[in-house]
Write a protein that binds this ligand. Structure first.
Ligand SMILES: [Ca+2]
Ligand SMILES: [Ca+2]
Ligand SMILES: [Ca+2]
Length: 189
């Protein structure tokens, strides 16, 4: 019985590896030379950002995609099969109305839909829209259908270590607040 379970698990694992092997990044040969990958999974912007930052391909570091030219946008639109509600690496969460890319590249090219960005209900994150042809700003808590990763040399990309430190910082803060709660509890019983 155990060996049957092991065999079934093995087949399942092989199936997972095979299906994952199909989703390989595509290179924008005639443009940036970078590699791009569309990940279809329901996810909010923060999670997509962390997942993209922790991804790598052939020694190149991943980040949520940055779109800095019309030709790059044309390439990405085709790669997504013109899908809506995919996260891009743009945000105006630091200063409302000032859009930035996660890599710090200049936010000069835009493909906003008519009337966007409208910051309706405090929308600070960038997604594909209108059959994947335009951009919309949406709340980062929205559970979108997926995200796009761009893989490139590390120079312009924030080090993953920064994200790890950030994560440790959050854990540290959580630890501090938990201690305070315990102390508060202790002093009140
Ligand atoms: Ca880019
Ligand atoms: Ca906004
Ligand atoms: Ca909007």
């Amino acid at each position: 019985m155990k060996s049957l379970l092991k065999f079934t698990a093995g087949v399942f694992l092989a199936f997972l590896l095979l299906t994952n092997a199909n989703a390989t990044p595509t290179q924008f040969v005639s443009g940036t030379g970078n590699w791009y990958e569309v990940i279809l999974t329901t996810v909010n912007w923060d999670s997509a950002n962390i997942l993209a930052e922790s991804s790598s391909y052939n020694g190149l570091d991943g980040h949520l995609v940055t779109v800095t030219s019309d030709s790059e946008w044309t390439f990405i639109k085709s790669l997504t099969d013109y899908r809506d509600n995919l996260w891009l690496g743009g945000t105006d969460s630091v200063t409302e109305g000032t859009w930035t890319w996660v890599t710090g590249e200049a936010f000069s090219f835009t493909a906003w839909a008519s009337g966007e960005p409208n910051d309706l209900r405090n929308e600070d994150y960038l997604e594909t829209w209108q059959s994947g042809n335009t951009w919309n700003d949406i709340a980062g808590t929205s559970t979108n259908y997926g995200y796009i990763i761009e893989y490139e040399e590390t120079s312009a990309v924030p080090e993953p270590a920064t994200m790890i430190l950030f994560g440790v910082g959050i854990l540290g803060l959580a630890g501090v607040s938990r201690k305070k709660i315990i102390q508060f509890y202790n002093s009140n019983r």
